[in-house]
Design a protein. Sequence first.
Length: 504
Amino acid sequence: MATFYDFELEPKVIRAITEMGFEEATPIQSQAIPHALQGRDLIGQAQTGTGKTAAFGIPLINKISPQEEDIVSLILAPTRELAIQVSEEISKLARFKRLRPLPIYGGQDIGRQIRALKKHPQIIIGTPGRLLDHIQRKTIRLDKVQTVILDEADEMLDMGFMDDIQSILKLVPEERQTMLFSATMPPNIKRLAEQFLNDPVHVSVIPKQVSAPSIAQFYIELHERQKFDTLCRLLDRESPDLAIVFGRTKRRVDELAEALQKRGYSADGLHGDLSQNQRDTVMRRFRDGSIDVLVATDVAARGLDISGVTHVFNFDLPQDPESYVHRVGRTGRAGKEGQAWTFVAHREIDHLHLIEKVTRHRITKKPIPSIAEAIEGKQKVTAEKVLEILQKEQYAEYKALAIQLLEQYDSVQLLAAAMKLLTGDNNDTEIVLTPEEPLRSKKRRDDRNSNRRYGSSKPGQRRSSSSYGGNRGGGSGHKSGGSYSRDRRDRRSSGTSTYRKTEA
Ligand SMILES: Nc1ncnc2c1ncn2[C@@H]1O[C@H](COP(=O)(O)OP(=O)(O)OP(=O)(O)O)[C@@H](O)[C@H]1O
Ligand SMILES: [Mg+2]
């Protein structure tokens, strides 16, 4: 396993990496950084949570001079939250070089962005729409750009950003370095690559399974009307540190977040119809732990790196296998463990099997947790809280009362009563959610030989293989076809190697 001293990096960059607590390079970093430093175009694919951001961020920071006054690099990301996050990681890497990265995304005051642009940032991290806006206003010029990175490249295609990306890249000099990154590379990404990349190196660190091995994956087969109580029981039994619950539509997310609040969970929703202010607030509160359940549409499926997310719940089955991979990839990051639970209506079982086939990962069937299990889980949390106070000896002012009560009552009964009070009564406020239709799977002609469905299908077939299910909520209706290529023989396995991050 490579350390960062193995690459020819400036001492200031190495120092920043060390301060971030990175000891060893992850597999995608060891393989991509040398090519990127040589200026090669690159297509990088590696599992979720394995450090793709630094894989392009490190070589990028290394080559930019702090004296530079122009925008020399451009990073495109599909969502605002991701643009903000990538910009933060780039800032950390650029700390000692004192470079000026700037996130540019929709929903933020454009006047403020224009003022920030006057301070000569060298790196712009943006979403395509707002970037085009600035280009039209001539507040951003791209004619000095030397490096372009498309993070979550396949998602940007899927969201129908192809035209925008084309318009943006037309303004960037042809003599440049371009890199694409994602955990999933459906075959139609080739179109993008052929058009925008020049003799790219393919770096693929996808071992046998597409999703990270550190994620335990389960599913529960149930009726739509059982979903909510099942979610509550799972939350009680599992007591996640932080959890993300994915719903299919914006309405679903709103209803679910409100319902969870009614039942006493500290939850809030995130989707594209909220104001940017609301989106920022929800993300900040989730990151700092003031809410512990984030309910979201697929807007939160890609790239978001929030430490402490131990559980992902697919309240509704995702539209396609790529979305599944990215959603569950919000947990089990940077070598940590995580769990993903997927709710499947009886009629959706075929979809689930398709996901298993494409991701080459068995998803284990589990029963609906019982009420008793849920209560037991809640009691365990209460006991842990009590023991924590005990260990930290934070009870001095209650000691006299305890002695007094113990003189009069039985200790077991007394403690049980206190635990009951702390755990709270079972809150079974009646909840009614607007039902969502189960995903319908269209019979495909190539269903007989489903092994061939992904990857090796001809362009004509791909359309049909992508049509299992309706449109993604609010999307343009354009769907990508297919998924992971199955016949990639040059996949180098990352094996069982792990990498650690020391607490910096
Ligand atoms: N070499 C390293 N050692 C330890 N931790 C690392 C290393 N490189 C990156 N990380 C950390 O791992 C986490 C995941 O990284 P990152 O968000 O770049 O993953 P990703 O591959 O882009 O995932 P996704 O496909 O979900 O976007 C981050 O918290 C990052 O700081
Ligand atoms: Mg990423």
